[in-house]
Design a protein around this ligand. Structure first.
Ligand code: PGA
Length: 245
């Protein structure tokens, strides 16, 4: 059985005061024992603060890591630095990184390997643009994105990773893939992962909200969510986490 996982991706939002308010308000709701695992990914500069405030109730992840181990890479944060703070996850290959920072499939694969090397669990984001979907290229694009990582790290490495399917056209747009559209791609991703597929958690991301989380999580190959906008509102994020239980 795969444990459900809900991850909040705060993107470039927050402040010391806002983070502590958001976490306090969420943790007040999210008390006691839960079956679903919850993680949040704040901006790197707040990882230490959020780790300290989260206690045992939440896992923490970075939104990105460098492909390099250390050295002359001004502005970068290495996977081992993230691991040093006892964080568990690192998102790699988010579409905003691919688009605004020209991250290629090969670079994402390097980051994936660097995260695992440091003992982090990578959350590998894959997804197609609207143009690609309309040209019926969705599954080819996803297969290529996965292949680059599998070629670099090996199929077995996928058992210590999470995959997030995030259609680019659904991110921050209010448009969500229908549960059927998402399930089709999730099933395909699991197939691509071969023997390791059954063990790998595959999250859906793209305008997940309390109103659509339940029907997405009801699909057999959707094991949780990567949540952007709605993770910044404690009640919404709480409702999404509850829907995954
Ligand atoms: P969104 O973002 O929930 O705001 O669409 C999801 C993501 O980019 O991970």
């Amino acid at each position: 059985m795969r444990q459900a996982l809900v991850v909040g991706n705060w993107k470039m939002n927050g402040s010391l005061a806002a983070n502590s308010q958001l976490l306090e308000s969420f943790l007040e709701r999210w008390q006691g024992e839960h079956q679903v695992e919850v993680a949040v990914c704040p901006p790197a500069i707040y990882l230490a603060q959020v780790k300290q405030l989260a206690g045992d109730g939440l896992q923490i992840g970075a939104q990105d890591v460098s492909q390099a181990e250390s050295g002359a890479y001004t502005g970068e944060v290495s996977a081992s630095m993230v691991a040093d703070l006892d964080c568990r996850y690192a998102i790699v290959g988010h579409s905003e990184r691919r688009e605004y920072h020209s991250e290629t499939n090969e670079l994402v694969a390097e980051k994936f390997a660097a995260a695992q090397q440091a003992g982090l669990v990578p959350i590998l984001c894959v997804g197609e643009t609207l143009e690609q979907r309309n040209a019926s290229e969705t599954l080819d694009v996803i297969a290529e994105q996965l292949k680059a990582v599998i070629d670099r790290a090996g199929l077995q490495a996928m058992t210590d990773a999470v995959v997030a399917y995030e259609p680019v056209w659904a991110i921050g747009t209010g448009l969500t893939a229908t549960p059927e559209q998402a399930q089709e791609v999730h099933g395909f991703i699991r197939e691509q992962l071969g023997d390791t597929g059954d063990a790998v958690r595959i999250l859906y991301g793209g305008s997940v909200k309390p109103a659509n989380a339940g029907e997405l999580f009801a699909k057999p190959d959707i094991d949780g969510a990567l949540v952007g906008g709605a993770s910044l509102a404690s009640e919404d994020f709480y409702q999404i986490c509850l829907a995954a239980e």
